[in-house]
Write a protein that binds this ligand. Structure first.
Ligand code: CP
Length: 312
C-alpha cells in the first residue's frame, strides 16, 4: 500500500485501510524491541524533534525510544526550558526549529489544533502527541494494536470507555478510531463529565456504568483530569471510586475474556481498584509496550519508509 501522509494529526484523517497498514507495520516492528541489539538502520540520518508543552511519561519516552530504535537522531525540547518562556510564539519557535532541518516534529500542546497549524505551515512532518482535549492519534493506534493482538480484530466488539470523557482526547480519538474499525463504543461516567453531542463521534452514552460494562469485550478506564477541570465536577475521590471506579465486583458482569485498558497515567484506587489494575484481565502495560511499536511505525511511514522499501 502507498502510505503518502506527511503528517499524523488525528483519527478523522486516517482511513480504516491506513489504520490497518499502520498496525501491520507496527506488528512487524515490535520484534525489534525483543532483540538483544534493539536497533535497525531504517531512519539513519533522519532527525526527530520532540516538542512537549505538557507533561508526559509514556508518549514522550516511547517516541524517543522509537526514533532511536530506527537509528534516527532525536532531540527533546520542553516548553519551560525553551524560548517560549521569553514570549516567542509557537509558530515562530517551530519555524526556528525547522530552520535546523528536522524531518519530523512531534508536538504535544495544550491547545486543540496546534499540530494542525504547524502542519499547514511547515515542510517537516508533524505528529500530534496530544492536543488539548481534541486528539491523541498515536494513543488510539496503540490501543487498537493491543486489542487486535488479543482479539484478532475490533469488528463487532463492545468497548466501554468510562470516566472523565469531557476532558479526554483519548476518548475522542478512540470513539472515532474504534467505530471506524467496526467496534461499538459505549461511554459512561458522571453526567458532569459527559459532553453534550459526543454521540456525533459514533459512540452511545450510557448513564448507568454497570450497564455499560455488562457483556463488554473491552473496558477502558480514564483518569479524572483535574488539571483541565473548571469547577467541581464530583464530590470526593472516595465517592467517585465507589460510584464510577472499576472493581472486581463490578467487573463480574463483563465478558469472561474482557480486556481492561487504561491510557495512563493511572490514579490507582480512584478510577480503578489495584486488584483490577494488576489483575489477569489488565493489558495496561501491553499498551505501553505497543506504544513503542506504533510510534516506530508512524515515524517510518511518514518518512516514506514503506515507499523506499518498495522501490529497493
Ligand atoms: N497516555 C499518555 O498520553 O500518557 P503520557 O501523558 O504519560 O504521555
Amino acid at each position: 500500500m502507498l502510505f503518502d501522509k506527511k503528517d499524523i494529526l488525528d483519527m478523522e484523517s486516517l482511513s480504516s485501510k491506513e489504520i490497518n497498514f499502520i498496525l501491520d507495520t507496527a506488528t512487524s516492528m515490535k520484534e525489534i524491541s525483543e532483540r538483544s541489539i534493539k536497533k535497525v538502520p531504517a531512519l539513519r540520518g533522519k532527525t526527530v524533534v520532540l516538542f512537549f508543552y505538557e507533561p508526559s511519561t509514556r508518549t514522550r519516552t516511547s517516541f524517543d525510544i522509537a526514533a532511536k530504535r530506527l537509528s534516527a537522531d532525536s532531540i527533546s525540547i520542553s516548553a519551560n526550558t525553551s524560548s517560549l518562556v521569553k514570549g516567542e510564539t509557537l509558530l515562530d519557535t517551530a519555524r526556528n526549529l525547522e530552520a535546523m532541518k528536522p524531518d519530523v516534529i512531534i508536538l504535544r500542546h495544550v491547545f486543540a489544533g496546534a499540530p494542525h497549524m504547524l502542519a499547514r505551515s511547515l515542510k517537516a512532518s508533524i505528529i500530534n502527541a496530544g492536543d488539548g482535549m481534541h486528539s491523541h492519534p498515536s494513543q488510539s493506534l496503540l490501543d487498537m494494536m493491543s486489542i487486535r493482538e488479543k482479539k484478532g480484530s475490533l469488528k463487532g466488539l463492545k468497548i466501554a470507555i468510562i470516566g472523565d470523557i469531557s476532558h479526554s482526547r483519548v476518548a475522542r480519538s478512540n470513539c472515532i478510531g474504534f467505530t471506524k474499525m467496526g467496534a461499538s463504543v459505549i461511554l459512561a461516567g458522571p453526567l458532569t463529565m459527559i459532553p453534550k453531542g459526543i454521540e456525533t463521534l459514533g459512540a452511545k452514552v450510557e448513564k448507568n456504568i454497570d450497564k455499560a460494562i455488562k457483556n463488554a469485550d473491552v473496558v477502558m478506564m480514564l483518569r479524572i483530569q483535574k488539571e483541565r477541570q473548571k469547577g467541581f465536577l464530583f464530590s470526593t475521590e472516595r465517592e467517585y471510586a465507589r460510584a464510577f471506579g472499576l472493581n472486581e465486583e463490578r467487573l463480574k458482569s463483563a465478558r469472561e475474556d474482557v480486556l481492561i485498558m487504561h491510557p495512563g497515567p493511572v490514579n490507582r484506587g480512584i478510577e480503578i481498584a489495584p486488584e483490577v489494575l494488576d489483575g489477569k484481565y489488565s493489558i495496561i502495560l501491553d499498551q505501553v509496550t505497543n506504544g513503542v511499536a506504533v510510534r516506530m511505525a508512524l515515524l517510518y511511514l511518514v518518512l516514506g519508509g514503506a515507499r523506499n522499501a518498495d522501490s529497493n
